[in-house]
Design a binder for this molecule. Structure first.
Ligand code: TXA
Ligand code: MG
Length: 350
């Protein structure tokens, strides 16, 4: 969609384009910080804020020019739709139409929490927010800063993860600053995010629930609560049509990520070490191998704790100048499925 000059003329607030750099404020997520952030949202500006999963890059979900700026700030393809965040499930009717009883039950069971539901779009939500789709992705995050901000702003907040497109999602305010300084008005620092991976995305518009993205709510928990949940592979054409995010490479650090079997790490790093390249080895086992230019990171056996640290680890290794990250696969159960999804995407050729 072209950027409407007409919109621009009507706007009272922040510039529609990020071509002119803006000064990015970094504030603690206290009462004063949240008040300031709500002012920015109401003036069609951009605020990065913590949720329980990762930091989101928020704008008024009902304001076309504000939402357009999210895409520009992130360099995000316009066809990749955004998640709309509410302070409570009672606000669902403002953004979704014809919400089924089944969808309401799922919401009641998992909200607030890291589950996003894809539902029919209400007319109030502009098509830029949904990437042109007639569905809308919605969730109620489980974070007091997110609730306070949405309530103070008085509007639903559209928020993708607050990283530059294709980079690992930010789990700390510093990650957001590294990616978006000079492109957004404000970053609210609420400390590290407790879940560390993005929400599970569940399409509720079909015959049976369809998992579009594994995330903070494990598939096992959904099946226990809902019965059958269909799962589609990332390369699946139907899934790519219904979840445009699947079409794009994601979560990638600058370093090359190489995924290997558990136990194969020490052997896998050898060729790169022999070539004199800085390599990292990431495993859940204790690694005793020591070599110049080898960085070893032992990750928690507990997959919930592993997920919390994953994106911060990828960013830290980038900063340290590592060129190849060899990661051993984790079991595909619970959050292990989500971890493996993110690792596979990070390892995929661009
Ligand atoms: O935990 C999270 O979900 C974080 C926090 C900030 O809430 N947000 C997040 O947003 O990860 P983002 O934009 O990075 O990922 C949203 C995913 C994308 O894969 C997108 O394609 C999908 O949700 N999505 C959004 N709207 C959709 C829709 N209407 N139909 C299908 N998929 C949709
Ligand atoms: Mg994202």
């Amino acid at each position: 969609m072209a950027q409407g000059d007409g919109c621009q003329a009507l706007l009272v607030g922040y510039p529609v384009s990020v071509n002119a750099p803006v000064r990015t404020e970094l504030l603690q997520a206290d009462e004063a910080g949240i008040r300031r952030a709500a002012d920015v949202i109401r003036a069609h500006g951009l605020v990065a804020f913590p949720t329980e999963t990762v930091y989101g890059l928020g704008a008024n979900a009902l304001s076309e020019p504000a939402v357009l700026r999210i895409f520009e700030a992130k360099d995000r393809p316009r066809g990749n739709p955004l998640i709309v965040h509410l302070a409570e499930a009672a606000q669902l009717a403002t953004v979704a139409a014809d919400v089924s009883t089944r969808a309401r039950d799922v919401a009641a069971r998992f909200w607030p929490g890291p589950l996003t539901l894809v539902l029919p779009r209400a007319a109030a939500v502009p098509l830029v927010t949904t990437g042109g789709l007639d569905t809308v992705a919605v969730r109620v995050p489980d974070h007091p800063v997110a609730w306070a901000l949405i309530e103070a702003a008085g509007v639903p907040i559209a928020a993708p993860s607050a990283n530059r497109s294709g980079r690992p999602s930010p789990t700390r305010a510093g990650h957001v600053r590294d990616d978006l300084d000079g492109r957004i008005e404000l970053i609210l620092d609420g400390g590290p995010t407790p879940v560390g991976v993005e929400s599970t995305v569940l399409d509720m518009t079909g015959e049976s629930p369809l998992l579009l993205r594994p995330g903070g709510v494990p598939l096992e928990a959904l099946r226990e609560a809902l019965g059958p949940v269909r799962v589609v592979a990332g390369a699946d054409h139907e899934a790519a049509g219904r979840s445009p995010g699947l079409r794009y490479r994601h979560y990638a650090p600058r370093a090359e990520v190489v995924l290997v079997d558990p136990g194969a790490g020490e052997t896998a790093v050898q060729p790169w070490l022999a070539a004199g390249r800085p390599v990292a080895l990431v495993s859940q086992r204790l690694i005793t191998l020591e070599r110049p230019r080898l960085t070893v990171r032992v990750m928690p056996a507990d997959l919930v704790a592993y997920a919390r640290d994953l994106f911060a680890l990828l960013r830290e290794l980038d900063t340290a100048g590592v060129e190849i990250i060899v990661v051993e696969a984790v079991p595909e159960r619970g959050l292990g499925r989500t971890i493996m999804d993110r690792l596979r995407r990070a390892a995929a050729p661009s």
